[in-house]
Design a protein around this ligand. Structure first.
Ligand code: LRH
Ligand code: MN
Ligand code: MN
Length: 386
């Protein structure tokens, strides 16, 4: 059994990055619902993210999405974040919302469009230079809708060329995280559909290229913890986009649909030595119908609970049962940890960190929600889900 003090220490140093776009209005292709008090600017998104960190103590960084968070002065934006006790995290590129990208971005058959996409990716690296961000997160909506529409192999060649150019541009201490997604918006063939494709490209590029696992980007039934174990084993797990799903890329609160899956993923992270800053634990969610800041607090708490349970697995007993071929015994060790109520432990952790043991209640009491509802009129759309 892992010592309680070690479990607590690990939980105190855990860091969950929240996404700027989760603070804005969002919805589905049918309707974007507006909520009172949502941020009107990237600065206000950071103000809200700072509240999540204030009440959880483990959400010190905020991911940006460009151009959704475009500002004139990124150094000033980083200072704004620091003044509020948070830092800017991963820079997410966006090569999917312009008309030019109808047939793809870095995989597009037209060199001029590929150039435009590349220029955007270079701009993102410039922004990282200004913000001090370590990670460039790349997700490409590239793909085709019909067999024969474009040459599958040719698109891979163009992708490799684009990625190599971005890799070249990375500075000291910077990384690129390549995100895969099974389908959507392309319905026939996506150019980076799975971890194997992402891994193959990263392997060719070099150690600064890492794979990012968005938990909503797989076929139903996919064993995501196996992918996590494999990538960690190969030293190529750059991070997560956490969220949960019932059907496709639902972007619901992490741990809401399947807390057992989140536990299994976190167990492989712990088992593989991945609970380190080398693995970025990011949320990628949209809160279409629920209140945003409390939903993000809840999500951070869900990650903490899964992590606590993963840390509580009696690894020695598990190894003994596994070596003895004790199928039921080994399974029971894992389930014992999963079935532990870790909420009292987390309350203690928070108290020891000088926080309120109940972050949601503390936020509700803080008056922040009333303040932003009163002060902010005309909140920004997240830029996603419209
Ligand atoms: C794509 C994705 C990717 C984008 C984000 C808004 O589905 O997961 O990470 O940047 O959503
Ligand atoms: Mn994502
Ligand atoms: Mn997604």
């Amino acid at each position: 059994m892992t010592e309680p003090a070690a479990v607590k220490a690990a939980l105190k140093t855990q860091a969950v990055e929240t996404p700027s776009w989760a603070y804005g209005n969002s919805g589905t292709r049918f309707k974007v619902f507006t909520q009172p008090g949502v941020p009107r600017s990237p600065q206000e998104k950071l103000d809200d993210a700072a509240k999540v960190h204030e009440f959880t103590g483990v959400a010190p960084t905020v991911a940006l999405h460009i151009p959704w968070d475009r500002v004139d002065d990124y150094t000033a934006l980083a200072e704004h974040a620091e003044d509020r006790g948070v830092r800017l995290g991963a820079i997410n590129s966006n090569t999917f919302q312009d008309d030019d990208y109808k047939l793809g971005s870095v995989c597009h058959p037209d060199a001029a469009v590929r150039r435009k996409a590349l220029d955007h990716l270079f701009e993102c690296v410039d922004i990282m230079d200004a913000t001090g961000s370590r990670d460039l997160k790349l997700w490409f909506a590239d793909g085709t809708n019909y067999p024969g529409q474009d040459d599958l192999r040719g698109r891979q060649d163009r992708l490799a060329e684009g990625l190599a150019a971005v890799y070249e541009r990375l500075g000291e201490g910077q990384r690129m995280l390549l995100e895969y997604k099974l389908f959507e918006p392309a319905f026939y063939a996506t150019d980076v559909p799975d971890w194997g494709t992402a891994y193959a490209h990263c392997l060719k590029l070099g150690p600064k290229a890492q794979v990012v696992v968005d938990t909503g980007h797989h076929a139903p039934g996919t064993n995501i913890e196996f992918i996590v174990a494999t990538l960690l084993r190969e030293g190529r797990l750059g991070g997560f986009d956490f969220n949960s799903r019932f059907y496709a890329d639902d972007d619901l609160m992490v741990g809401a649909a399947d807390p057992f899956q989140l536990f299994r993923i976190m167990f492989e992270v712990v088992r593989g030595g991945g609970l380190t800053p080398e693995v970025a634990f990011m949320l990628d969610q949209c809160h279409n119908i629920e209140a945003k800041i409390p939903a993000i607090i809840r999500s951070v708490m869900n990650v903490q609970e899964a992590t606590a349970k993963a840390l509580l697995v009696d690894r020695e007993a598990l190894a003994t049962a596994q070596a003895a071929g004790d199928v039921l015994g080994a399974n029971a060790v894992l389930m014992d940890a999963y079935n532990t109520d870790v909420r009292p432990l987390l309350r203690e952790v928070r108290e020891e960190m000088g926080l309120d043991p109940d972050p949601l209640a503390a936020y509700a009491r803080s008056g922040w929600q009333e303040k932003i509802v009163a002060e902010r009129v005309g909140g920004q759309q997240a830029g996603w889900g419209a």
